[in-house]
Write a protein that binds this ligand. Structure first.
Ligand code: MG
Length: 254
């Protein structure tokens, strides 16, 4: 009898694991929604309004050591560089939806008011390792100040940045973006998992299973077509980062 119960439980668990669906992350916020723009505060509001798991942002440390939210290092043809110009100069830039580039502080104020959506915070690689360490410290301070640390995951291309965060936040999930390390190296570094491009994961599809065997998680970006979404759902990733979160949600509920 006990043996039968154990077997039944094992079957249920296996079935549950096999049907686990990836969680949806809005890439640079839900910026493809009407009235939105990449990394704008509205993009977080829009992401929150459709009930995604998380919404991603990109963070730079400016020349005057302030934190701002934007993706590209250079703003179009203006010559403004997110790391070489001051926060005052950068936050004057108007986004396509009419908002200004936000400071991290302004952004986190909004995140704090939307408790159902996780923040996926990418720290951009900076020109010097020391500046990355400083940025990590400042980001952690800001997350604490706004009370959103518990629902923030950190992602970075820079191993130095990942390790700086790991030192400051041993319990926070930190994922590596650069696609060049196998899961066992990520495990040795003590990180939570890999967050790799579609191209990298298509080249190494077995990394998904390897990561899971090591107790790591897998996120993939930037998955925008239904065909690509289906491929990675089938592959069993834990998170899918997309510019079209509602398209992915519709596919997952089908
Ligand atoms: Mg990013």
């Amino acid at each position: 009898m006990i043996r039968q119960l154990v077997l039944a439980a094992a079957v249920l668990l296996a079935g549950g694991a096999a049907t686990a669906q990836p969680k949806v992350i809005a890439h640079r916020g839900y910026w493809t929604a009407p009235g939105s723009a990449q990394n704008s505060r509205t993009s977080f509001t829009k992401a929150d309004s459709i009930g995604v798991y998380g919404s991603e942002i990109d963070v730079w440390l400016t020349a005057d050591n302030r934190l701002i939210v934007n993706h590209d290092r250079h703003h179009k043809d203006t010559g403004i560089d997110m790391e070489r110009n001051t926060a005052r100069e950068i936050t004057k830039i108007v986004l396509p939806n009419g908002e200004n580039i936000p400071t991290l502080d302004e952004y986190l104020e909004l995140v704090a008011a939307k408790p159902h959506t996780r923040l996926i915070l990418e720290m951009k690689s900076l020109s010097e390792l020391q500046r990355e360490d400083l940025a990590a410290e400042k980001i952690v301070r800001a997350l604490r100040k706004h009370g959103v640390l518990e629902r923030t995951d950190i992602i970075a291309f820079s191993i130095n940045a990942c390790l700086a965060f790991k030192k400051l936040l041993p319990d926070t999930k930190i994922y590596y973006l650069n696609g060049d390390l196998p899961p066992r190296s990520i495990k040795e570094l003590g990180l939570a998992g890999i967050d790799y491009s579609m191209e990298d994961l298509r080249r190494h599809p077995h990394w998904v299973e390897q990561a899971h065997e090591l107790g790591l998680e897998v996120n993939v970006w930037t998955v925008d077509s239904e065909e690509e979404m289906k491929y990675f759902i089938e592959l069993g990733v834990d998170y899918i980062t997309t510019d079209y979160p509602e398209r992915l949600q519709a596919l997952l509920t089908r």
